[in-house]
Write a protein that binds this ligand. Structure first.
Ligand SMILES: *[C@@H]1O[C@H](CO)[C@@H](O)[C@H](O)[C@H]1NC(C)=O
Ligand SMILES: *[C@@H]1O[C@H](CO)[C@@H](O)[C@H](O)[C@H]1NC(C)=O
Ligand SMILES: *[C@@H]1O[C@H](CO)[C@@H](O)[C@H](O)[C@H]1NC(C)=O
Ligand SMILES: *[C@@H]1O[C@H](CO)[C@@H](O)[C@H](O)[C@H]1NC(C)=O
Ligand SMILES: *[C@@H]1O[C@H](CO)[C@@H](O)[C@H](O)[C@H]1NC(C)=O
Ligand SMILES: *[C@@H]1O[C@H](CO)[C@@H](O)[C@H](O)[C@H]1NC(C)=O
Ligand SMILES: *[C@@H]1O[C@H](CO)[C@@H](O)[C@H](O)[C@H]1NC(C)=O
Ligand SMILES: *[C@@H]1O[C@H](CO)[C@@H](O)[C@H](O)[C@H]1NC(C)=O
Ligand SMILES: *[C@@H]1O[C@H](CO)[C@@H](O)[C@H](O)[C@H]1NC(C)=O
Ligand SMILES: *[C@@H]1O[C@H](CO)[C@@H](O)[C@H](O)[C@H]1NC(C)=O
Ligand SMILES: *[C@@H]1O[C@H](CO)[C@@H](O)[C@H](O)[C@H]1NC(C)=O
Ligand SMILES: *[C@@H]1O[C@H](CO)[C@@H](O)[C@H](O)[C@H]1NC(C)=O
Length: 670
């Protein structure tokens, strides 16, 4: 279609306004690992004097005090040039290590209203990951999956409809019904961005097995559906009164076997090696540990049907906050996250099992995680410090031989979301809000690169100091990148680090291989308590309600010349800070965003704004990874009538980042 006509169509479409009702948001689409609360859901208490939605809570806390004395701020890392000689290095992991976990009950808000109306900011955010990692893995499931039923149609025509709230689950997640439209939505998303999916099955009743989601899922999503999560946190079933109080590993083994038989006996299910379990929360390993599950014979007996092994872990919970119990005072736990020990503690009881997974050639997936279950902590889960924590925790998981970790997205009433669509009643004039943990997901794609060959080793840097961890990343078994963290917050700069990197040479007994220069990208913010002024290589996803899913700014890559005589490169890491050091140009190249395909779409909007399309931007692809993206600019207008569809050639991200005030738009798939 000609640009001029596109322009006119957009004007027609966008002078129109109609509020599209996104399915109403339920509080607390979160998991619990350790709650003792069983009462039904009281409304979340306010933090400080703020009484609005948790996702927009402005609370911040002062950065934790610096240690006295400071750890050494100058230290050396002598690195082996080749992975062959690196003790304890991980297996190879994909660049798509970090994925997303979406609570089934919020799928409509995040993915789109139906298969024809997808959320453009969501597509753009996923494209940021896929452009770098080659793909994105996303799980749709969670507490809601166990009681979710596939139906032919819902009473209100929506693809997901909530039923009763489970009074015994402290996360207050609802039971729900959904239609094939949800599966078509997932399938259509994969036509735009290379998203691979995991789906949860309803494990509620293992004698009356509902295979419909598996049958329809395989048929509709096809090869883009990697596997099915069979049971969600079964070690919490007894506690949440979904099974009797003696329910344990051997009962679970039997139920999982019933599902295995159902998979194998179902002629409508062609792919059989797609089951994922046991997805334990490990809240009480005395009661039920991973070993208890392996001891039932789970692995030899079910391996032929298993796509992967899984767990779901959070370092803490904030469940009592939501039920009027003992409230965690967030500053008390803030320092726990600004520490290398946190991630190490979370993986410590998984190490035996990740080796077991390797023996059976199975991926081991952290199926759901975030900073704290039941929504996270105000001013902790949503600040820059948590971005550092998640990146360190993620690298620790890679080092520990996990294959993926899926970062959980809840609703409007949680603090920890990587991204949050605007509240339905404000979606006419607001865009999305990016949480700091999304930057960890983004940065991780470049830490690992796109070759699927990255292996990671914890360098136990600076005497294994908790505040200054570092990792080396080997790609194709050659040193490619070095990841340097500084958890300390010091406006004076005295706690900034100068890390001296040497490759090969005397300390390693290898030939000197230090390059003449290295390149560095920073994940930067002025303070660990910063909520929005966060940049990855100089670019940001903006402040509250500001993000349409695209990075703003010019990419900044710092070149650091090395001392070729001494064979050392000295890299500065601010306090706080994260630096990714690219040891070679190849290492930089493997981590750059790659072009992906262009898709024909139809845009449709619900905004009160008018839009103009920048024809030049359309022609030149705006330099964004080669994909044809449409830049629109808006000014506030007013109008009302029904929306119109617009057919355009190319990736449509109408209501571009140039302008604030344009609502999250939806794409109608042609
Ligand atoms: C809440 O408001 C009161 C009165 O305006 C003020 O004194 C207090 O500092 C506020 N508390 C917080 C946490 O902002
Ligand atoms: C939208 O709803 C939220 C939650 O109910 C409320 O806090 C907010 O004030 C509402 N916004 C508007 C503009 O009414
Ligand atoms: C998808 O949602 C839009 C907006 O609510 C609606 O106009 C359209 O009819 C829906 N399409 C289907 C197939 O339900
Ligand atoms: C998206 O899904 C709908 C089913 O609701 C289907 O009719 C349509 O063809 C799909 N679009 C694309 C591009 O596959
Ligand atoms: C489902 O759709 C059929 C046919 O369109 C209709 O007769 C029936 O009432 C619908 N059921 C519900 C629960 O809406
Ligand atoms: C508890 O449930 C298991 C099966 O899940 C069953 O074997 C056992 O008999 C039940 N125990 C009681 C006390 O009901
Ligand atoms: C953990 O499980 C053990 C064994 O079932 C039990 O004795 C203990 O009370 C449980 N701990 C908690 C905190 O529930
Ligand atoms: C990860 O796997 C590799 C290869 O099997 C092994 O050498 C290494 O010890 C494992 N790491 C951990 C922390 O278990
Ligand atoms: C990395 O792995 C993914 C998933 O298996 C695959 O789609 C992709 O092609 C791989 N990339 C490379 C460079 O091999
Ligand atoms: C490396 O070893 C050689 C031979 O032992 C020695 O001459 C040289 O000074 C050493 N270099 C460094 C940087 O230690
Ligand atoms: C944002 O943070 C950077 C440091 O990361 C700082 O230099 C800059 O001044 C900050 N900008 C604002 C507006 O606070
Ligand atoms: C992008 O950054 C520039 C410079 O900081 C700012 O003026 C502009 O509003 C930003 N655009 C968006 C969409 O955030």
């Amino acid at each position: 279609m000609a640009l001029r006509s596109l322009f006119l169509h957009l004007l027609t479409a966008l002078t129109a306004a109609r509020a599209i009702t996104v399915y109403n948001q339920l509080p607390l689409a979160a998991q619990t690992t350790a709650s003792t609360a069983t009462s039904s859901g009281a409304a979340p208490a306010a933090t400080g004097n703020y009484t609005g939605l948790a996702a927009y809570d402005p609370t911040t806390w002062p950065p934790p005090a610096l240690p006295n004395p400071l750890p050494a701020t100058q230290f050396a890392l002598d690195l082996m040039p080749s992975a062959d000689t690196v003790q304890g290095i991980s297996m190879q992991v994909p660049g798509s290590f970090f994925g997303i976990s979406i609570e089934m009950s919020v799928a409509t808000q995040v993915l789109g209203i139906n298969a024809s109306f997808l959320q453009v900011p969501f597509l753009n955010l996923m494209a940021l990951i896929a452009d770098r990692a080659g793909q994105v893995v996303i799980r749709v499931g969670g507490n809601t999956q166990d009681y979710a039923t596939l139906v032919a149609n819902t009473s209100d025509g929506r693809m997901v409809e909530k039923q009763a709230i489970d009074p015994n689950n402290p996360t207050g997640t609802p039971t729900l019904i959904f239609t094939d439209e949800l599966l078509y939505t997932m399938a259509n998303i994969s036509k735009f961005v290379n998203v691979k999916w995991f789906l949860g099955v309803p494990f509620d009743d293992s004698t009356n097995i509902h295979m419909e989601i598996v049958e329809h899922g395989e048929q509709i999503i096809g090869n883009n559906l990697l596997g099915f999560q069979v049971s969600n946190e079964p070690d919490l079933y007894a506690k949440h009164l979904h099974r009797n109080e003696t329910y344990g590993a051997s009962d679970f083994y039997v139920e999982f076997g019933n599902w295995r038989d159902a998979f194998n006996n179902d002629a409508l299910v062609p792919a059989k090696k797609t089951m994922i379990g046991p997805s334990l929360s490990l809240w009480n390993t005395t009661y039920w540990s991973l070993d208890d599950t392996w001891n039932t014979g789970f692995l030899p007996n079910y391996v032929d049907n298993l796509y992967a092994l899984s767990v779901e872990r959070y370092p803490a919970d904030n469940c009592d906050f939501f039920y009027g119990g003992t409230v965690v005072y967030p500053p008390d736990v803030f320092p726990d996250y600004l520490s290398h020990s946190s991630g190490k503690g979370l993986v410590s009881n998984l190490l035996d099992s990740t080796l077991v997974a390797q023996q059976y050639s199975l991926p081991f997936i952290m199926f759901e995680t975030n900073s704290a279950s039941c929504g996270g902590f105000a001013g902790v889960s949503n600040v820059y410090g948590i971005a550092l924590w998640a990146l360190d925790y993620g690298l620790q998981m890679v080092y520990s031989n996990l294959t993926h970790a899926l970062v959980h997205v809840g609703g409007q009433d949680v603090f920890y979301n990587p991204f949050t669509p605007p509240p339905t009643n404000e979606s006419l004039y607001h865009e999305w809000t990016i949480g700091p943990i999304f930057y960890s997901i983004l940065a991780m794609t470049e830490v690992l690169g796109n070759t699927n060959t990255s292996r990671v080793v914890d360098l136990f840097a600076n005497g294994d100091n908790d505040l200054t961890p570092a990792y080396a990343i080997y790609e194709n078994d050659e040193l490619a990148r070095v990841a340097l963290f500084n958890y300390m917050d010091d406006p004076t700069g005295a706690a900034a680090l100068d890390v001296t990197i040497a490759v090969g040479g005397n300390a390693t007994g290898q030939p000197l291989a230090t390059p003449s220069q290295v390149r560095v990208k920073y994940l930067a913010a002025p303070s660990v308590s910063e909520k929005f002024n966060i940049t990855w290589a100089g670019r940001t996803l903006g402040g509250m309600y500001e993000c349409d899913g695209r990075l703003n700014g010019t990419e900044e890559i710092v070149t650091v010349p090395c001392d070729t005589t001494a064979g050392t490169c000295t890299v500065h890491v601010p306090a706080p800070g994260f630096a990714l050091v690219f040891v070679s140009d190849a290492a930089l190249q493997d981590a750059q965003a790659q072009a992906t395909a262009t898709f024909p779409t139809t845009a449709l909007t619900k905004t009160i704004n008018t839009v103009s399309v920048d024809a030049a931007a359309l022609q030149t692809s705006n330099g964004h990874s080669g994909r044809t993206r449409v830049l629109g600019s808006t000014s506030k207008g007013s109008a009302s009538s029904a929306p119109h569809g617009v057919t355009v050639s190319g990736w449509v991200a109408v209501g571009a980042g140039l302008v604030s005030g344009l609502a999250a738009l939806l794409v109608a798939v042609a």
